[in-house]
Ligand binder design. Structure first.
Ligand code: AMP
Ligand code: FE
Ligand code: FE
Ligand code: ZN
Length: 287
């Protein structure tokens, strides 16, 4: 314990979900799990809702855990799904909340379309069975998948996506019609930083320059990828285009989808967070 003991690099995870969208842990349970995983700074990024932020902050109590209010919004270019993270959004903005409620309404309408499509495929399922699992929160394909598992139609949520709900499967229905520029604008108007989530899942890196032209500010380099060369590729891209670098587990809970990680498995190196933190402060200052 000398005078020159360097400050420990803080552990940062800027992508995770709660029961307010398709995660399995309530905000309070998530905070407990975050403490257990030894994380210091996290962003809660539910799909189209910030309902988990206040409960999570309450659960932090007087510990030093920092919770950054976040969001994950879906958008599309042609057939490509572009997920956009909004980091440090002002979740008290009424205008922002109204826009989010519009997106959640479109999500509810989409469930009816998915269910009708499944019915046509001979699967007996009712929209209410899906809504019951979402408990009035931001509803999505994972809730349909869980309903299909519960009914014994498929053995796992993974199978539900493969056979019915995935982008190339027969009951795939878009979340809603929103272009990335609109998602970026919504987030920037709420004082947040728009970030391209899990870029490797988009399937085409050539959209990235287009996204930057539309207002993108950051890219989620650190996310569960099979091969570290993927990280290197996006790090180089971030450097070339002067994008902020973010990262996180995309934690959804114990019922792990193939696309997310456990808490603590994927973190953002602290030096990248420090740059991002400055940008977040500036974005709020000009708001
Ligand atoms: P939605 O926002 O309703 O289109 O649902 C997308 C969500 O479904 C993602 O955020 C993941 O949580 C989950 N998901 C996507 N693909 C899969 C998959 N193959 N297996 C399990 N979960 C998935
Ligand atoms: Fe999700
Ligand atoms: Fe996503
Ligand atoms: Zn996510």
């Amino acid at each position: 314990m000398g005078l020159f003991t360097p400050k420990r690099a803080l552990k940062v995870d800027l992508h995770m979900h709660t029961t307010c969208s398709d995660g399995h842990l309530t905000p309070t349970e998530l905070v407990r799990a975050v403490h257990k995983a030894g994380l210091d700074i996290v962003a809660i990024t539910d799909h189209d809702t910030t309902a988990g932020i206040e409960e999570a902050r309450q659960a932090v109590g007087n510990t030093s855990l920092r919770i950054i209010p976040g969001i994950e919004i879906s958008s599309h270019i042609d057939d490509f799904e572009i997920h956009v993270l909004g980091l440090n959004v002002d979740h008290t903005s009424l205008d922002f909340q109204n826009r989010l409620e519009g997106l959640r309404k479109a999500r509810r309408e989409r469930i009816h379309v998915i269910v009708e499509t499944l019915n046509k495929l001979g699967i007996k399922i009712d929209a209410d069975e899906v809504f019951a699992l979402a408990k009035g929160k931001s509803v999505g394909r994972p809730h349909v998948a869980r309903a299909l598992v519960k009914k014994g139609v498929v053995a796992s949520t993974d199978q539900a996506f493969k056979r019915f709900l995935g982008r190339t499967a027969p009951a795939y229905v878009k979340t809603y019609d929103l272009v990335p520029a609109e998602a970026f604008a919504m987030i920037r108007q709420a004082g947040g930083i728009p970030v391209l989530a899990h870029p490797a899942f988009v399937g085409d890196d050539t959209v990235i320059p287009t996204l930057i032209g539309a207002g993108l500010m950051g890219i989620e380099v650190f996310h569960r990828y099979e091969d570290e060369s993927v990280w290197e590729n996006y790090l180089r891209m971030a450097e070339r285009y002067q994008l902020l670098v973010t990262g996180g587990s995309d934690f959804h809970g114990y019922d792990r989808s193939t696309k997310s990680s456990d808490l603590g498995e994927v973190t953002l190196p602290y030096e990248y967070f420090q740059k991002l933190d400055q940008a977040m402060a500036s974005a709020r200052a000009v708001k």
